[in-house]
Design a protein around this ligand. Structure first.
Ligand SMILES: Cc1cc2nc3c(=O)[nH]c(=O)nc-3n(C[C@H](O)[C@H](O)[C@H](O)COP(=O)(O)OP(=O)(O)OC[C@H]3O[C@@H](n4cnc5c(N)ncnc54)[C@H](O)[C@@H]3O)c2cc1C
Length: 381
């Protein structure tokens, strides 16, 4: 390739989505991936495409992205295992059922389909759930997918438009419009997009990112055991709280008939090793909701790292103080869901087009202080 218009660092689902959209705008894109495309958090995650309501900005991004997913779902390769199973939020007691009612009102006011289920309807929807649960909230438009083939599909489109993917190529540093590779070679482009997930901070230390470790487990095949992505409403406390360590019931039916069981969240961990204490708490939590799980075999367990920002919103847009550098990182536990919107927003901003949703809440400039402090430390201001 002659000089690229854009270099993207990282071929996870976020980098792939940016590559696809930028190439659709006619840019010559070069994607550099230290490992294999789609092998980072993209391979470790759950692939739940879910509209969330923690705050308006999170809702806007997840809703927009979920719409983009559904609009393109017919084009996805079969290996992407796109299944519009819906999310069933499970309320274990009256307090959580009140939470379900509030969530219902929030979604309906914003035009998202949602249905409240009482105890009996919940049991009919998911007979494997333990009796005595208070009810649930069904979001029919949510879906599940297997993310690595989606990343590959997005990258293929970029390649068909003349773009290039280089794997096993680690970027060691970013300097102006240059990236320096681990082998010492340098590559140049007027636009550099950092989409290296939790590892992004290794290249730009000012990034307000912390790794948030998660464990997952997968069972053998039990087709029909559950029908929806099941999540406890208590999950919201765990996902959006800042406690150092938490587990929550989150079970997903896979196209293979397997069940993906999550999930845990831990700050302050950098080792990918399984923590058996956490794993066991996570499985006990799941068995508490689905007692029949205790009789199934777990085939594999693994961990992955979410890239968490202090306000739980991603960083999408120009990096303050870096003329050529743009960011597409910090997607925490929603990067599969929000990947397509991230690619579109970034391409719109680069092209100077007004995006479909307000991009300001995700602008890296909200952490400008952190970038200024880094520049001061480096003596560049
Ligand atoms: C346990 C768990 C469950 C999850 N469940 C869900 C879910 O159900 N729904 C959802 O929406 N999200 C979920 N997520 C979050 C989601 O997986 C991530 O937000 C998403 O995959 C982030 O994608 P990414 O492309 O930013 O990062 P990654 O997939 O990590 O990709 C970054 C890429 O950059 C490469 N890279 C790193 N450093 C360099 C370098 N120096 N040079 C070149 N390349 C480099 C890496 O090798 C990697 O391939 C989950 C995450 C975890 C850990």
């Amino acid at each position: 390739m002659s000089l690229p218009d854009a270099i993207i660092i990282g071929a996870g689902i976020v980098g792939a989505a940016c590559a696809e959209r930028l190439s659709a705008d006619g840019l010559r894109v070069l994607v550099l991936e230290a490992d294999v495309a789609g092998s980072g958090a993209t391979a470790a995650g759950m692939g739940h495409v879910v509209v969330m309501d923690d705050n308006e900005a999170e809702f806007a991004l997840t809703r927009y992205s979920s719409d983009l997913w559904r609009a393109r779902s017919a084009e996805l390769p079969q290996r992407a295992e796109w299944e519009p199973v819906g999310t069933l939020w499970v309320a274990s007691d009256a307090e959580e059922f009140e939470g379900a009612r509030r969530k219902l009102a929030f979604y309906r006011e914003r035009g998202l389909q949602a249905e409240l289920l009482d105890e009996q309807s919940l049991h009919e929807a998911e007979p494997q759930l333990r009796p005595g649960l208070a009810g649930g909230l069904l979001i029919p438009e949510d879906a599940v997918t297997y993310p690595p083939p989606v990343a590959a599909w997005l990258l293929r489109q970029m390649q068909e438009r003349g773009g290039e993917l280089r794997q096993s190529v680690r970027v060691q540093a970013i300097a102006g419009d240059m990236v320096v590779l681990a082998n010492g070679n340098q590559l140049q482009a007027p636009l550099i997009v950092l989409a290296a997930g939790a590892a992004s901070v290794g290249l730009i230390p000012a990034l307000p990112l912390q790794p948030r470790k998660g464990h997952l487990a997968i069972t053998d095949r039990v087709p029909g055991f559950v029908r929806h992505q099941l999540v406890e409403l208590g999950y919201l406390k765990s996902a959006h709280g800042s406690s150092l360590e938490s587990v929550a019931f989150n079970v997903q039916p896979r196209a293979t008939g397997q069940l993906l069981i999550g999930s845990s969240r831990q700050y302050g961990q950098t080792s990918a090793e399984i923590n058996h204490g956490i794993l066991s708490r996570m499985l006990q939590q799941a068995i508490g909701y689905l007692p029949g799980l205790a009789h199934l075999s777990i085939l594999r367990t693994w961990t992955g790292f979410r890239a968490a920002t202090p306000d739980k919103l991603p960083l999408i847009g120009p990096a303050p103080g870096h003329e050529h550098l743009w960011l597409a990182t910090g997607h925490e536990g929603l990067g599969i869901t929000t990947s397509l919107a991230t690619g579109q927003l970034l391409a719109d901003l680069v092209a100077g087009r007004p995006p479909a949703i307000d991009a300001a809440p995700y602008a890296p400039s909200r952490f400008a202080d952190s970038f200024r402090e880094e520049a001061a430390r480096a003596g560049t201001v």
